[in-house]
Design a protein around this ligand. Sequence first.
Ligand code: NAP
Length: 283
Amino acid sequence: MHIKGTTKLLGIIGNPIEHSKSPLMQNAAIEGLKLDYIYVPFEVEKDDLEAVFNGFKAVNLKGFNVTIPHKENVIPLLTKITDTAKKIGAVNTVWLTDEGWHGTNTDIDGFIAPLKELNRDWCKIIPLVLGAGGASRAVIVGCEQLGCQEIRVIGRNIQKLEAFKNSFADSNLNCQISVYSWDKLTNLIPDSELIVNTTPIGMYPNIDNSPLKKEQNELIKQNAIAYDLIYTPRPTLFLQQAQKRGAIIIDGSEMLVQQGAVGFEIWTGKKAPIEIMRQGLFQ
Ligand code: NAP
């Protein structure tokens, strides 16, 4: 990477930030296309967000990603957010315009990209989404964009689940959200053609854990799609077991690459070199 007087800044804010793989992926793309940019990680405290936005503007930083815990916190600092970001209630990609900072959420694009490659009649599929946190929101809006009419969300705390469902009340989603407590999982698996794990169960270092018990794995339909948002390890135990049942498996790495690719294109105006970004992620 050759930093010159003309080099333009991109970055990512979060806390903690050292685990982020976005700098590897984005800088690989920048180098691959020989662009005059650099993408830098910034650890930012919530109370410093406004100062950071002002500082970024002062140094003409072109755009940045936002990760945990700031995806919701940044919204009041933006002049405009896309309808997609409004529906999710979270922003992960920000860019500087003449009118100020604009934001969107590209997690949905990332989530649905590998699903769009599969030839399925989405309006007949009722996805089963495990977990009701931040990523689950993007999964739900993504499933709605695919055309799913109903989405089942399962979680361990029914009050939180009801609040989660109600939080979509103003989002004008064209689908119904049903929420279930975790003890209903066994009954729901046999009907599910798309099961998405949005919980951290099975993520490194807890690689011997799975959101499904052994006997629940046996209920996964052949040709169902098992999707885990986790990308370390690849594949997770959940995906390994689903594959043994004849399911199509998708891990979280493609979501990460594709959400980053959309941001790269917004900031640089260039088509993202997807294969270089995939390689950069796991270098
Ligand atoms: P989050 O907001 O903390 O949500 C996690 C959800 O999982 C919550 O609903 C939580 O339930 C549930 N959960 C946690 N531990 C559980 C357990 N032992 N049993 C049952 N439910 C449990 O986190 P997030 O931001 O949504 O991220 C979730 C996962 O997605 C992480 O592994 C993250 O790395 C991954 N992710 C991947 C991508 C990608 O690009 N591939 C993007 C975003 C996130 P409670 O509400 O009851 O605590």
